[in-house]
Design a protein around this ligand. Structure first.
Ligand code: SF4
Length: 328
């Protein structure tokens, strides 16, 4: 059997190449006692790609709950009895105030998120108006959006308004996707991701681990992301929400969570790999190690429907782990 870690180190560091499936698969099988070496390698690859820079993002839930879709992990679906109370779309001034608050918290990126299948004309117009206002007020702030399934005309409007980046997660592998959502397809997600890139927008695409996927699914998911080539890969860890079909699932094993972060870095060595929702309950006291396992950014709490920890704790973690926060 070949030495997976030595092979990975040669390819990733000496030859600066993204690891392909065969090597990623071998790293998936590394015994737990050898995972530390994998995390160190991913940390080295991250440092070479982006130095000590840490990208900090704040999410703004601009239309909470009431979503028509049935994503099994999501407490914003109208199909499940959860603790999320649906709220109408926020006013433009509320978007701007939230972006200012994000800047004051130290974020360089502000992501507008809405719980919809895809944007209605009125919703798109509101998001575009708000983006124009934010860009005019805070030109240094990177504005991203997460609006669901997008058409060409949606993308063109977002470009015109000054949106820089669009988030649209693949969530998991093609094979596993039907087990977590039946109201839209993996292909619809894939097509939106392609379309976003075709329009010259930066693509942010990642997903959630811990939804019952197999190790092969995690590899397929990473290989699909390699094919898409997003600039950013947000990694969420399932936080099982009461009332959703995944409410009884276990929290991801923290060593496997760290292994996945490292694999994401080695699969997409030049991407921004961002630790996102569920990192607190999954990694708990290992969050510092999460930042030394290939990640190069975080989403600050609060997330869309869950709280996260205090900003001061996250900024202290970034300082402790040797990161320098990118300003907007
Ligand atoms: S993940 Fe998005 S599309 Fe799916 S139910 Fe939640 S808000 Fe709706």
């Amino acid at each position: 059997m070949f030495d997976a870690l030595a092979t990975a180190r040669r390819l990733a560091l000496d030859e600066d190449t993204a690891l392909e499936r065969e090597v990623l698969a071998a790293l998936t099988m590394l015994p737990r006692e050898d995972v530390g070496g994998l995390l160190t390698l991913a940390d080295d690859v991250r440092r070479r790609a982006s130095g000590e820079a840490a990208a900090v993002e704040v999410l703004f839930n601009a239309k909470k709950g009431g979503c028509s879709e049935d994503c099994h992990f999501c407490s914003q679906s109208a199909r499940y009895a959860t603790d999320v109370i649906a709220e109408p779309l926020r006013e433009t001034r509320e978007f701007v105030a939230a972006a200012q608050a994000a800047r004051d918290r130290g974020a360089g990126e502000f992501c507008i998120v809405v719980a919809v299948r895809g944007p209605s004309p009125a919703l798109l117009e509101r998001v575009c108006d708000a983006t124009r206002a934010i860009v005019a007020d805070m030109p240094e702030m990177q504005v991203a959006v997460s609006l669901g399934i997008l058409t060409d005309s949606h993308c063109a409007a977002l470009v015109e308004a000054g949106v820089g980046k669009v988030n649209h997660n693949l969530e998991t592998s093609r094979r596993h996707f039907p087990a977590i959502c039946s109201t839209h397809s993996y292909d619809e997600r894939w097509e939106t991701c392609r379309r976003v890139k075709d329009h010259g927008l930066e693509l942010c695409s990642g997903g959630i681990i811990g939804m019952g996927e197999t190790p092969d699914d995690r590899l397929d998911f990473l290989c699909a992301l390699q094919e898409l080539g997003p600039v950013e890969v947000p990694i969420n860890f399932l936080n099982p929400r009461p009332g959703t079909p995944l409410s009884e699932r276990s929290i991801v094993d923290p060593v496997e969570a760290l292994r996945f972060v490292a694999l994401a870095r080695l699969a997409l060595p030049h991407a921004l790999v961002r630790l996102a929702g569920g990192r607190e309950i999954t990694l708990q006291g290992l969050q510092d190690l999460g930042m030394r396992s290939g990640a190069s950014g975080i989403v600050l709490g609060a997330y869309l429907t869950t709280a996260g920890r205090d900003d001061a704790d996250d900024f202290a973690m970034l300082e402790r782990t040797g990161f320098r926060v990118l300003s907007g």
